[in-house]
Design a protein. Structure first.
Length: 299
C-alpha cells in the first residue's frame, strides 16, 4: 500500500465550493462574486471551487464560467487556490472548459464524474485521463454517485492516481470503508465533499474539506481541522457536534438553495437562483434560521 503523505496538500485544507451570485434580473454578478470570494478567503478558506455544482454550473454558459474564474482570480488569486469546475458528461466539452480555465489562470481543475450517460469504469478512466492530458493544471476528481449515477470504483481511482496531474479526490460517496481503501492504495490527497462526514473522513486519511457550509462557518471548520491535525481529537469532536445543526439545516433541501438563503440572511452577495432551482418557502427559511442559530451562526 502507499499511504498518503500528510504533506501532500495541493489545494490547502479548507475550501468552499462557492455559489455564483446573480443580480436581481438573473445576470451574472461579477462584483458580488468578487466580494463574496474576498469574504470567504478573509474568513479562513485556503481555496475556492468556482463553477461547481454549488456554483449552478449546469445553468451558466461557458462565457459566464470564464468571466467568473477571471473575476475571482482578480479578487483573491494571489492568496487562495482558485479551482475551476470543468466537469460535464461530454469529454470534449470538459477538455475545452479545462483549457479555457487554464488560459484564465485557474490554479487547478475539479472534474466531476460524468452524469446521466452512466459510462462504465473504462469510460470514466478515459474521460478523466483526457481532461488531465489537456492542460498542465493539477486535477481534483469529484466522486458523487448520488448525482452522477456512477461511482468511481477504487480500482479506477488507483489507476487514475498514476497520472502525474491527477492529485486529489473530492469524496461525496458517503462510504468510509471504500474511502479507507482508496486513500491507502491511491495516495491521492483526499478531500471530504460531504460536510457531515468531514471529521470521520479525517480519521481515515482525508487531508481537507471542500465544503458547502463553509459559506457560513469557515472559522469553525478551520478550528476543527487545526484541532484534529494538532492531535486534539476531543476538541475537533466538540466542534463537529456543535456544527451538527448547521450540517443538517443546510441540506434539508438542495444545498445551493439553502446556501443562497443563508448568505442573504447575512447580507452577503448571492442573489436569485436559476431554474430549475427555486427559493426557499417562508417556512423553510424560518427553519433554516433555527438550524443556523442552533449551530452558533450569527444572522
Amino acid at each position: 500500500m502507499a499511504p498518503i503523505s500528510t504533506s501532500q496538500i495541493p489545494f490547502g485544507r479548507v475550501l468552499t465550493a462557492m455559489v455564483t451570485p446573480f443580480t436581481a434580473d438573473g445576470a451574472l454578478d461579477l462584483d458580488g462574486a468578487q466580494r463574496l470570494a474576498t469574504h470567504l478567503v478573509d474568513a479562513g478558506n485556503d481555496g475556492l471551487i468556482i463553477n461547481g455544482t454549488t456554483g449552478e454550473s449546469p445553468t451558466t454558459s461557458d462565457a459566464e464560467k470564464d468571466q467568473l474564474v477571471r473575476a475571482v482570480l482578480d479578487a483573491v488569486g494571489d492568496r487562495a487556490h482558485v479551482v475551476a469546475g470543468i466537469g460535464t458528461n461530454d469529454t470534449q466539452h470538459s477538455v475545452e472548459l479545462a483549457r479555457a480555465a487554464e488560459r484564465a489562470g485557474a490554479h487547478g481543475l475539479l472534474a466531476v464524474t460524468p452524469y446521466y450517460n452512466k459510462p462504465p469504469q473504462e469510460g470514466l478512466y478515459r474521460h478523466f485521463t483526457a481532461i488531465a492530458d489537456s492542460t498542465g493544471l493539477p486535477v481534483m476528481l469529484y466522486d458523487i454517485p448520488g448525482r452522477s449515477g456512477v461511482p468511481i470504483d477504487t480500482e479506477t481511482i488507483v489507476r487514475l492516481a498514476d497520472h502525474p496531474r491527477i492529485v486529489a479526490n473530492k469524496d461525496a460517496k458517503g462510504d468510509l470503508g471504500r474511502a479507507s481503501w482508496a486513500i491507502a492504495r491511491s495516495g491521492l490527497a483526499w478531500y471530504s465533499g460531504d460536510d457531515m462526514l468531514n471529521l470521520p473522513l479525517l480519521s481515515v486519511g482525508a487531508i481537507g474539506f471542500v465544503s458547502v457550509v463553509g459559506h457560513v462557518v469557515t472559522p469553525e471548520l478551520r478550528a476543527l481541522i487545526d484541532a484534529y491535525t494538532e492531535g486534539d481529537v476531543q476538541k475537533a469532536t466538540e466542534i463537529h457536534q456543535k456544527l451538527l445543526p448547521v450540517f443538517t439545516g443546510m441540506f434539508r433541501t438542495q444545498g445551493v438553495i439553502t446556501t443562497k438563503a443563508a448568505l442573504a440572511l447575512q447580507g452577503l452577495p448571492a442573489g436569485p437562483l436559476r431554474l430549475p432551482l427555486v427559493e426557499l418557502t417562508e417556512g423553510e427559511t424560518a427553519q433554516l434560521k433555527i438550524d443556523l442559530a442552533a449551530g452558533g451562526v450569527q444572522l
